[in-house]
Design a protein around this ligand. Structure first.
Ligand SMILES: Nc1ncnc2c1ncn2[C@@H]1O[C@H](COP(=O)(O)OP(=O)(O)OP(=O)(O)O)[C@@H](O)[C@H]1O
Ligand SMILES: [Mg+2]
Length: 252
C-alpha cells in the first residue's frame, strides 16, 4: 500500500503516568482512505487521535504524515501540516454563533476574512441542516447539530487528514445517519479520514478498512466485511451477531 503520502503510525506508545494507554501500535491510513478505529471504552482510541494531533506526547514509536515524522510536534504545527482533529464530545463554543464557531478553525490559516466568510457559507452546502441556525448561539443547537458544527469547523482548516472522535456519541439513529452521510461525502471529496467509533456497525459502514483496539493493543485489522465475517471477532469486539442484527434494525 502506498503510505508515503498518508499516515503511518509505527510502534506508538503513550503513557499517562503508570498507565500505558497505547502499547506499541502500528497502522496506516492511505491517502483518500477512511479508516475506522474500533474498541471498547478505555481501549485507547482517543489517545491514538490525541497523539497524532500533538495533544499527547508519544512515549515511544513514531508517527509519519506524508513521509515526515510529526511525533513531538505541537498541535499548532500539526494543524499546519494538514491534520485537523474533531475531538470527542463536540467542543463548540456556546456563546458564539454557529457561523463564528465554524470560522474559528479557518482563522489558523492565512486567509482573508471575506474568504473565510465565503468558505463558511460553502460549509452550509455540506451541512444544510445547520444553515437556518447560522446566527443562532451554539448552545441553542441540538446535539446532532452541534456535532455538524464541530465537523464543519474541522473542515475549515482544509485538512488533508481529518481525525474524527466518536461523531455518533449520544446521537439518535437518524441523526447518526445524517452525520455519517456527511462523512461519506467528505470521503468522496478526497479527504483522508481516521474515524474513531464504538458503534462498529456505523463506523464500518463508511470505512475502507478498520482496526480493533483492545487495551492499548491493535488486535485486528482488515476490510469491513472481513471484520464482520469473523465470528469470534464479532462476538468479542463488535457486539456479537445478535447485536449486529439489532443495530441493523435500529439503523433501518
Ligand atoms: N488524561 C488522562 N490521564 C490518565 N489516564 C488517562 C487519561 N486519558 C485517558 N486515560 C486512560 O488511558 C486509557 C485510554 O483512554 P482513551 O480515552 O484513549 O480510551 P478510548 O478508547 O477513547 O475510550 P472511550 O471509548 O471511553 O472514549 C484509559 O485507561 C484511560 O483511563
Ligand atoms: Mg475516547
Amino acid at each position: 500500500m502506498e503510505t508515503g503520502k498518508g499516515l503511518e503510525v509505527r510502534n506508538l506508545s503513550v503513557r499517562y503516568g503508570e498507565i500505558e494507554a497505547l502499547r506499541g501500535i502500528s497502522f496506516t491510513v492511505a491517502p483518500g482512505e477512511v479508516v475506522t478505529l474500533l474498541g471498547a471504552n478505555g481501549a485507547g482510541k482517543s489517545t491514538t487521535l490525541r497523539a497524532i494531533s500533538g495533544l499527547e506526547r508519544p512515549a515511544g514509536g513514531d508517527i509519519l504524515f506524508e513521509g515526515q515524522s510529526i511525533a513531538g510536534l505541537n498541535s499548532e504545527q500539526i494543524v499546519r501540516r494538514g491534520i485537523s482533529h474533531v475531538p470527542e464530545r463536540r467542543r463548540i463554543f456556546p456563546g458564539l454563533t454557529v457561523k463564528e464557531n465554524i470560522m474559528l478553525c479557518g482563522s489558523n490559516r492565512r486567509a482573508s476574512k471575506p474568504e473565510l466568510a465565503s468558505e463558511t457559507e460553502a460549509m452550509f452546502d455540506l451541512f444544510p441542516e445547520i444553515r437556518p441556525f447560522r446566527d443562532a448561539l451554539g448552545w441553542t443547537l441540538s446535539g446532532g447539530q452541534q456535532q455538524m458544527v464541530a465537523v464543519a469547523r474541522g473542515l475549515m482548516a482544509k485538512p488533508r487528514l481529518l481525525l474524527l472522535d466518536e461523531p455518533s456519541l449520544g446521537l439518535a439513529p437518524l441523526i447518526v445517519k445524517a452525520v455519517f452521510a456527511i462523512i461519506a461525502e467528505i470521503r468522496r471529496r478526497g479527504t483522508t479520514v481516521l474515524l474513531v467509533e464504538q458503534n462498529a456497525r456505523v463506523g464500518l459502514s463508511v470505512a475502507d478498512r478498520g482496526y480493533v483496539l483492545e487495551t492499548g493493543t491493535l488486535v485486528l485489522g482488515g476490510k469491513p466485511d472481513d471484520l464482520w465475517n469473523n465470528d469470534a471477532i464479532r462476538a468479542a469486539y463488535l457486539g456479537g451477531a445478535k447485536a449486529k442484527g439489532h443495530a441493523l434494525a435500529e439503523q433501518a
